[in-house]
Ligand binder design. Structure first.
Ligand code: UFG
Length: 331
């Protein structure tokens, strides 16, 4: 009996793998290494380099490893890239997810945990946003994920498959034990970019848009520590194993920080006053998005431990430095 983790060599997936290992679970990872790293998966974990949308490969893997649950992380995740390459997003995030769900149904895998996103809400009508609020994504990324939520709902209705779709807010930080972190080169996410600027790995950074209807004009997001996000998956797994019915949950802290707030914390924690340029709005960005997290707390029993932006930033800084040292050593 094992858990199939797709995208287990990636940022969030590798944190999940370590957490499952810490809990003594049997795991098998599939990752095509397009953005993930082989070294991010512990040596003791069976690793298959391949595509989660490859049905014969997934069929075989589910059989060989007696997979009873799938945690599906593998996806393209950059909002502006989804605007310029929508078909790439619909192929990778939507069509291939359909293949994976078909394998799960065919092979009798009954538990499925899906990495969804706050981007399904688009520009929320209220803050914090509740799971039952309208889903009107404003970019292809959000639409590519919302369609998978809908597929899962229809599939669970027709077949013996139960799922939890977790709508992630803005995931940041690194493993407190320093085993893994956000390692993607050319990352576009705010905390990663700011941390790289603080460490001098890039010359400075841009603030994309200061004319939003927010207190300081920059976008507001709910930044959640990756370890707390991973804990929500472990809770979701327990929930499904105990017979829980299909569920869609926000995973965020229910509080927001602006882009300027984040930059101020990165400057304070790092002690570096790096250059910041005001730029035009970026395509596809909603102004404010903050989670109502009552459902995750009540239904999954989710309790978080790392709700502190300074800690998130400090660990992101430490990881970025470690990554840099590692890359320098490899040259
Ligand atoms: N930003 C900057 N400068 C940068 C990078 C980002 O100003 O160099 C701004 C963005 O414009 C945005 C905010 O920082 O206003 C956060 O941007 P990120 O790229 O870090 O994250 P997104 O909000 O675009 O997207 C993330 C995840 C999605 C998730 C979404 C939910 O990638 O999966 O958060 O809010 F859906």
């Amino acid at each position: 009996m094992s858990i199939l983790v797709t995208g287990g060599a990636g940022y969030i997936g590798s944190h999940m793998v370590w957490a499952l290992l810490d809990r003594g679970e049997d795991i098998v990872v599939v990752d095509n290494l397009s953005t993930g790293f082989r070294w991010a998966v512990p040596d003791s974990v069976p690793f298959v380099e391949g595509d989660f949308g490859d049905e014969p490969l997934m069929d075989e893997l589910i059989e060989t490893h007696k997979v009873t649950a799938i945690i599906h992380f593998a996806a393209k995740i950059v909002v502006p890239e989804s605007v310029s390459d929508p078909l790439g997003y619909y192929l990778n995030n939507t069509s291939k997810a359909r293949n994976l769900i078909a394998c799960a149904v065919r092979r009798g895998v009954k538990h499925f945990i899906f990495s969804s996103t706050a981007a399904v809400y688009g520009e929320p009508k209220r803050t914090p946003v509740h799971e039952d609020d309208p889903t009107q994504p404003i970019n292809p990324y959000g639409r590519s994920k919302l369609m998978v939520e809908q597929m899962l709902a229809d599939t669970a209705h027709a077949h013996d498959l139960r799922y939890v779709a977790l709508r992630y807010f803005n995931v940041a930080g690194a493993d407190p034990k320093g085993r893994t972190g956000q390692s993607t080169p050319n990352a576009t996410h705010l905390i990663k970019v700011a941390v790289q600027a603080a460490l001098g790995h890039r010359k400075g950074m841009d603030v994309f848009g200061t004319d939003y209807p927010t207190p300081d004009g920059s976008c507001v997001r709910d930044y959640i520590h990756v370890s707390d996000l991973v804990a929500a998956h472990a809770d979701a797994l327990r929930y499904l194993r105990q017979g829980g019915q299909p569920l869609t949950c926000n995973v965020g802290y229910a509080r927001g920080y602006s882009v300027f707030d984040v930059i101020e914390v990165v400057k304070r924690v790092s002690g570096v006053n790096f250059p910041v340029k005001i730029s035009a709005r970026r395509a596809g960005d909603p102004a404010i998005i903050v989670a109502d997290n009552e459902r995750a707390r009540e239904q999954l029993g989710w309790i978080w431990q790392h709700d502190d932006l300074e800690t998130i930033v400090r660990q992101a800084l430490e990881w970025e430095q470690r990554l840099h040292n590692r890359q320098t050593a490899l040259i």
